[in-house]
Design a protein around this ligand. Structure first.
Ligand code: F6R
Length: 624
């Protein structure tokens, strides 16, 4: 939530910061602002609403280019999305400017303290106190980095802060606690940003910051100079800190729309590739599954007696599907819980519990807090994550990276499919080390997984009828989704996508639960999407769901059935059929989810909504 950019170098700081904000706007789009250091002072502009409002304002009232600057795109927490609450925030003398992501929990007491000392605070935000505190420390003789360290020690909560001072025109300082910040190092220039997308057009060389660290980037000087730019990282007490350098393995084109109408459209289309990439290099010459990054010794995995998956939203749905595979292939009990609920119920955890934290961004605060709790109880934590350099993998015992590439649209699509693939790999690996699956069985499933990319491609090639259907439902008030077995979480995911994109009432149910209440919702013309299990798998479930479809149709529902190619038993009870290729039962979600993504995307467009940036949402939810 909230996108932050800082820049120092030889290019126009204003242009670089604005371009970075464009790439980070998916993180929050309630307001945007920039500040540049120029002519011995700070020039700032900020506007409520999307970035385009700020860009228009800058055409009317241009700012100097500057060699250093900061910018922010906001997802409001404290104070509504007004111009006054937009970042950057400046101190009363206008010498310090700061942008912030996160929540400063003790801001009320700091604000009262500052007011008592004569400071005038003009916004309702928690952030503004930081600008005033930094200004006080600097006027007491500290340089900006030292001031940042002193101030951070006084803050409670989660924060990424990036600040500039008019007296230090070649310096940008950042700090982080429980909120993301990465450093990009180019030739004679450096970047601070919430994620690498902000600077990938300039450099792929990045530094991951640790918890409670302050970074100073300084042009022409500083320790460890890199092409005329020094990067110095310390902890909050000023001690030099260890940092990890990494190279971003995707390029700027990956973060562009590439001719698609929206990022979501593009990311749906990228799924065959994302699935294939996540499988790359996983099978060794001897046919063994290789998960080298896993780093948890096989002996320990053999001792695991419970798996707990924690995740939020779409990633939680991936966890729900993982449970079927983990329990079936390993016979280890698996619990799945929304990360936001997990630690508050005092879950039973010990050294034999393997906690799997699934997160695209690697920054979701609820998931981070859940994994910290699990580690405190002595459990091992394995992260499944799409974002190198993010907090969740860094704080986990092991990580399996999905290789979806950057996911920019707020609604998760390709990350979900790759999370599923990663979950299947973890389940198979557990089966391998524990001996509950034979090698040839594992290779068989991996072969099936390898075939999924082609199957998804086939689904995508035939989506026009789904789009037309979605357009025809633009006026509907409610859509229900039903599924059974692994199709049940798919139904939940279909409903979530529709809610967040089309702003429609949508609910997912286990089809067997229908008769226990939800069937009362069914009335003439109600669209109901049903994900039908393969007739070749648990055929008893298949037959039962066909009966469920008949029950709702008899009550007037308009039935939209997603069924396996060749399953003609659904024809008599389906108003519309979406065929998906034949896949093994447990892998079916990899194909059945795709039409639901397309359906939600098209319906949202038909209703005039912006699919990449749905209202009230943000990608990367870094507050609890
Ligand atoms: C829905 C969606 C969200 C995320 C959730 C977790 O389309 O994108 O529900 O799945 O906020 O995010 P990550 O995976 O980044 O932890």
């Amino acid at each position: 939530m909230c996108g932050i950019v800082g820049y120092v170098g030889s290019q126009s700081a204003l242009e670089v910061v604005l371009a970075g904000l464009r790439r980070l706007e998916y993180r929050g789009y309630d307001s945007a602002g920039v500040a540049v250091l120029a002519d011995g002072g700070i020039a700032a502009a900020k506007k409520s609403g999307k970035l385009v409002n700020l860009e228009k304002a800058l055409v009317d009232q241009p700012l100097p280019a500057g060699a250093a600057g900061i910018g922010h795109t906001r997802w409001a927490t404290h104070g509504g999305p007004t111009d006054a609450n937009a970042h950057p925030h400046l101190d009363n003398a206008g010498r310090v400017a700061v942008v912030h992501n996160g929540i400063i929990e003790n801001f009320a007491e700091l604000r009262a303290e500052l007011a008592a000392r004569g400071h005038v605070l003009g916004s309702e935000t928690d952030t503004e106190v930081v600008a005033h505190l930094l200004a006080e420390e600097c006027s007491g003789g500290a340089d900006l980095a030292a001031a940042m360290r002193l101030v951070c020690r006084r803050l409670n909560g989660a924060f990424t802060l990036v600040a500039v001072h008019a007296d230090a025109p070649d310096v940008v300082v950042g700090a982080r606690r429980d909120s993301p910040l990465v450093v990009g190092v180019g030739e004679g220039e450096a970047f601070l940003a919430s994620d690498v997308a902000a600077f990938i057009a300039h450099t792929r060389s990045a530094i991951e910051l640790g918890q409670d660290q302050v970074v100073e980037v300084r042009r022409d000087g500083g320790a460890g100079g890199a092409g005329g730019v020094g990067v110095v990282v310390t902890d909050f007490d000023g001690r030099p800190a260890d940092v990890r350098h990494f190279r971003v393995d995707w390029d700027a084109a990956a973060a562009e729309k590439g001719g698609h109408a929206s990022f979501m459209h593009k990311e749906i289309a990228e799924q065959p590739r994302a699935v294939a990439d996540t499988l790359l290099g996983r099978i060794g010459a001897d046919g063994e599954l290789l998960l080298d990054e896993l780093r948890i010794p096989a002996a320990e995995l053999r001792e695991v007696d419970k798996v707990v998956v924690v995740a939020c939203g779409t990633a939680f749905h991936a966890g729900l599907i993982a449970k079927y595979a983990i329990e079936h292939w390993t016979r280890i009990p698996c619990e799945v819980e929304p990360a936001s609920e997990f630690r508050h119920r005092d879950p039973i955890l010990d050294a034999r519990t393997l906690v799997v934290a699934v997160s695209q961004s690697g920054e979701t605060m609820d998931t981070l807090m859940a994994l910290r709790h699990a580690r405190e109880q002595g459990s091992r934590v394995l992260a499944i994550c799409n974002t190198n350099g993010s907090t969740i993998p860094r704080e986990s015992d092991a990580v399996l990276y999905t290789h979806a590439g950057p996911e920019v649209a707020v609604a998760s699509t390709k990350a979900f499919l790759t999370q599923l693939v990663a979950c299947y790999l973890v389940a198979l690996y557990l089966g391998q080390v524990r001996g509950t699956k034979w090698g040839d069985e594992i290779q068989g499933v991996v072969r099936d997984l390898a075939g999924i990319a082609g199957a998804v491609e086939r689904v995508l090639a035939d989506m026009e009828p789904v789009r037309a259907l979605a357009r025809s439902l633009a006026g509907a008030g409610t859509v229900l989704f039903l599924g059974r077995h692994v199709g049940y979480p798919v139904a939940l995911e279909g409903a979530l996508k529709l809610k967040e994109l089309a702003y429609m009432h949508a609910e997912g149910f286990a089809a067997g639960e229908l008769k226990h209440g939800p069937i009362a919702l069914v009335e003439e013309g109600l669209p109901v999407v049903v994900v039908v299990p393969s007739p070749r798998g648990r055929s008893v479930l298949h037959d039962k769901i066909v009966s469920n479809i008949q029950e709702i149709r008899a009550r007037g529902a308009r039935t939209i059935v997603i069924a396996e190619e060749g399953d003609e038993t659904v024809l008599p009870c389906a108003d519309h059929v979406v065929w998906v290729p034949v896949t093994p039962t447990l892998l079916q979600p990899l194909v059945t989810t795709v039409p639901l993504q397309v359906f939600a995307c098209e319906l949202a467009v038909a209703r005039g909504n912006e699919v990449d940036q749905p209202r009230n949402l943000a990608k990367s939810v870094t507050v609890e």
